[in-house]
Design a protein around this ligand. Structure first.
Ligand code: C2O
Length: 586
């Protein structure tokens, strides 16, 4: 493995030197032992989480992916804008067909205009549970819009699974199994000392700190299921970045991080030099939503030279932070509501004026009839399958060719591959956030609203169109929040609220002055969020909920952005080694 900075074919132009980061990722199955069990897992370079990809703003990143696993694999560079490099976005069946077992593919992209924390993960079915790692993009000047931290530390929140993930994925595509749960939560791959089996206690992630120094924690939520609260006993954080964009510094003692999000915080080691637990706790809506077990992992912040024993001032046991209740979803609402951006962003001017496209997307669950029957019993009956949707269409992933290849093969604007337009608004208007819709019962309030259909949907946008999307979380079969992620673009988060979105009331509350720029927005439980972006990056971009069961059940669509009039606004042809879609095994 080569991992570092190299000069790569850079200098023939004579004038400009491009730095290139070259990394090799080798995907393989291996046994890992936790909780007294050996579990066969798919890993990159034998590590969980996988290796960090570290780069400097403006770098070109080249990643050689060697697939020695039995599965077709793609790797997505979550949050990397992939300007004019949609082919390297790694969204399985959206931008490429999977890299087949015993083959390789080289991803190439740049990280221009982005600084902070992103991450990479497998983007075929559920394999991202173990195939993921952090991407760190440091400023080229070496300076931050805040005092340079003494050190930066990845804090990757993950989950440890002891199930056959392929089977879990199938279960979700067939209606979901709420018994399919991970065995526990992890921080940087460690379950922590709350987990043990037969007296064997799992290791904690340990962060050694020196009193008085400032540490930047780069938080990534890489789990399949849950939003997490994160705290360190006795310490406060200053939030300085989210999704590789700086935010206006904001002080808090609790961070909420949803699947797909990254949050950068500064933590000053200013407490008495002792030991403090850091805790990641999954939140979930209360019953009647289906309940999962409590997932909590803890690590330790350990001060150097802490006087722990012999008459020292520290208690022997590290201090525990007081966590929000696991059913408290308001702490997330406030945390996300307090994020704002730096007002200097040049894209801001473009979204303050005329909006070309308005979408209102209801995110919910419904059902389709088994065996393509036109009608069937619903309300939890065996005749129907539970699915997730956007505006009552449950996304069907193409099977023969990726959307981007179909786009490349299709002249002009004709429809292709039976792809349908995603409706601009829900087909029916009802009280989307009525809690009476949550329980799935025969004859219940929800039943008449359940019917949905399966299709591959897409929205096509003119080059440079200004697009507004309002996401509406609903109470249909569950009242989860929805971390919505768009590939290929960052968007401004203009507002969020509880209940049903009401333009007459809510548009006037939009923050058009200093909204946060993100690639993932946590759409609140029983609420809504409004975003705007400029469709300036030609290609086919996946847009989906980052809860894995929601995406497996169809809460997804594709945003297609047209080429612009000039060559540097046109997506180049595919790389010659792009995996062929023929001879796919799965
Ligand atoms: Cu991190 Cu399409 O996802």
């Amino acid at each position: 493995m080569v991992n570092g900075l190299l000069f790569d074919d850079c200098c023939s132009a004579g004038l400009v030197i491009f730095l290139t980061t070259v990394t090799s990722l080798e995907v393989k199955q291996e046994n890992m032992r936790h909780l007294c069990n050996d579990t066969l897992v798919t890993l990159v370079n034998g590590q969980f989480p996988g290796p960090a990809v570290e780069a400097t703003e403006g770098d070109t990143v080249i990643v050689h992916l060697v697939n020695e696993s039995p599965y077709g694999i793609t790797i997505h560079w979550h949050g990397v804008k992939q300007r004019l490099s949609c082919w390297d976005d790694g969204a399985g069946m959206i931008t490429q067909c999977p890299i087949q077992p015993n083959t390789t593919f080289t991803y190439r992209f740049n990280v221009t205009g982005q600084e902070g924390t992103l991450w990479w993960h497998a983007h075929v079915s559920i394999l991202r549970a173990t195939l993921h790692g952090i991407i760190i993009i440091r400023p080229k000047s070496g300076s931050y819009p805040f005092q340079k931290p003494h050190m930066d530390i990845p804090v990757i929140i993950g989950e440890w699974w002891q199930r056959d993930l392929m089977k879990v994925d199938k279960n979700f595509s067939n209606g979901g199994h709420f018994s399919d749960n991970p065995a526990g939560a992890t921080i940087n791959g460690k379950l922590g000392d709350l987990y043990n089996c037969s007296g064997f206690v799992e290791d904690n992630f340990v962060l050694n700190v020196e009193q008085g120094k400032t540490y930047m924690l780069r938080l990534v939520n890489a789990v399949l299921f849950s939003e997490y609260y994160f705290k360190v006993a006795g310490h406060k954080f200053t939030v300085v970045g989210a999704d590789a964009n700086y935010v206006k510094p904001y002080t808090t003692d609790v961070v909420a991080v949803a699947p797909g999000e990254t949050i950068d915080v500064l933590m000053v080691a200013d407490a008495p030099p002792c030991r403090y637990y850091m805790v990641a706790l999954a939140n979930q809506p209360p019953a009647p939503d289906p309940q999962i077990p409590v997932f909590m992992s803890r690590g330790v912040v350990q001060y150097n030279n802490a006087p722990i024993n012999v008459g020292g001032n520290c208690t022997k046991e590290a201090l525990m932070p007081e966590m929000p209740d696991q059913h408290d979803t308001l702490a997330s609402f406030y945390f996300h509501g307090n994020l704002s951006g730096l007002p200097s962003n040049p894209l801001l001017a473009q979204i303050q004026g005329h909006v070309d496209e308005h979408l209102y997307i209801a995110l919910g669950k419904g059902s389709i009839c088994k065996g393509n029957k036109p009608s069937c019993k619903r309300g939890g009956s065996d005749e129907s399958i539970e699915v997730a949707y956007m505006n009552n269409v449950s996304f069907h992933l193409p099977e023969k060719m990726s959307i981007l290849e179909a786009r490349q093969n299709t002249k002009a604007n004709g429809a292709f591959m039976g792809v349908q337009d995603l409706p601009s608004q829900p087909p029916r208007s009802f009280n989307f956030t009525d809690p009476a819709l949550i329980p799935v019962v025969p004859g219940g309030k929800l039943e008449e609203l359940e019917a949905t259909r399966k299709a591959t949907t897409m929205r096509r946008f003119a080059h440079n169109a200004v697009v507004e999307v309002v996401f509406q979380s609903t109470a249909t079969m569950q009242s989860d929040s929805n971390p919505m992620h768009l590939h290929g673009h960052d968007f401004f988060v203009l507002a969020q609220g509880h209940g049903n979105y009401n333009p007459a009331r809510d548009v006037s509350g939009y923050n058009l002055v200093d909204p946060a720029l993100k690639n993932t927005v946590q759409v609140p439980r029983l609420g809504w969020a409004a975003i705007r972006f400029v469709a300036d990056n030609p290609g086919a971009w996946f847009m989906h909920c980052h809860f894995e069961f929601h995406i497996a059940m169809g809460m997804a669509t594709v945003f297609e952005v047209a080429n612009g009039p000039t060559l540097d606004e046109t997506l180049p042809p595919p790389p010659s080694d792009l995996p062929k879609c023929t001879n796919m095994k799965e």
